[in-house]
Design a binder for this molecule. Structure first.
Ligand SMILES: C[S@@+](CC[C@H](N)C(=O)[O-])C[C@H]1O[C@@H](n2cnc3c(N)ncnc32)[C@H](O)[C@@H]1O
Length: 286
């Protein structure tokens, strides 16, 4: 039995958030007991997303401000990483998911590529738009969920994300989306780091941000990659989603940039340099 007030909340959310497939599943199951469990699992998922969104909307006001004065220097670091990965002068079509203030998307667009930046947070997208304007580049920015990206299948050469994977309740869905968006042989790049560990390997009890502990308190235990966000685990996840030619490395140049420009922030946040995982979508029938 589902209670009418729950149903009202859930259904109003459906129109806003649910994919067509999930909406159909709900309609098929509405009058059964397992349907109620299914409803509630979706409801819990949506409540989690609301908190995640609230946190990133809040963080957008100061996120990346430590590096605002040296955006050109940062863009040079990313351009050099991209030249190493793309090995082509041809224009590629790329999507940065969880683009935040848009620095990677903007760097790639400044190299002449055709880039879309997707983020759940409108406030973050406003920051990205302001940064793109400042650098005089065009990036198509759109609101969207990494677990249900509002873009077409098989149209992209390169899908990238930085510091997004750990924030996702369903990283499997995101990997599925990356695979769906890419052309055969297209490249996926995932950058992340070990955010919640002390140097001795124990888990950090609290964050630098009180608001994080408030909003993420219940959410973090449900994020499969918040804990043990290692390159090896990410590479395994990618392999299980139809990717091949997996490689990873630490981003030492980017780490040096972070340390140079915000030494205390670097010391508080990083116990190792961020890691970058690269993988190719398998070519069908090969
Ligand atoms: C840690 S920030 C990283 C931002 C940017 N990639 C960077 O490295 O500066 C995480 C970003 O992911 C976005 N995000 C979180 N969950 C998301 C989701 N489900 N779909 C799309 N974006 C999401 C947040 O709004 C935020 O902008």
């Amino acid at each position: 039995m589902i209670y009418p007030d729950e149903l009202a909340v859930i259904t109003s959310k459906f129109e806003l958030e649910l994919s067509e497939t999930d909406r159909n599943k709900v309609h098929e199951n509405v009058s059964t007991v397992s349907g109620r469990d299914f409803f509630m699992s979706i409801f819990e998922g949506l409540k989690m997303k609301d908190k995640i969104l609230e946190y990133w909307d809040f963080r957008s006001s100061d996120y990346h401000t430590e590096y605002a004065h040296c955006m050109d220097e940062e863009m040079d670091v990313w351009k050099s990483v991209f030249s190493e990965i793309l090995l082509t002068d041809k224009k590629v079509r790329a999507v940065e998911v969880g683009t935040g203030p848009g620095i990677l998307a903007i760097s790639l667009a400044a190299m002449g590529h055709d880039v879309t930046g997707v983020d759940l947070s409108e406030n973050m997208l406003e920051k990205a738009a302001a940064n793109a304007r400042e650098k005089g580049v065009n990036v198509l920015l759109m609101r969207g969920d990494a677990e249900d990206i509002p873009l077409k299948d098989g149209e992209y050469d390169f899908v990238l994300s930085k510091y997004l994977l750990w924030t996702l309740p369903q990283p499997d869905k995101f990997l599925g989306e990356c695979c769906r968006l890419l052309k055969d042989g297209g490249i996926m790049m995932i950058i992340d780091g070990l955010w919640f560990h002390n140097p001795d390997g124990t888990e950090k009890k609290s964050s630098r941000y009180e608001r994080f502990d408030e909003l993420y308190g219940d959410v973090k235990p449900n994020l499969p990659f918040a804990k043990e966000n290692t390159p090896e685990r990410i590479a395994d996840l990618a392999e299980s989603h139809g990717f091949e030619d997996l490689t990873w490395r630490f981003l030492d140049d980017y780490d040096a940039f972070l340390e140079r420009n915000d030494p205390s922030g670097h010391a508080a946040a990083y116990i190792k340099p961020p890691h970058m995982i690269l993988a190719k979508k398998k070519v069908r029938n090969s």
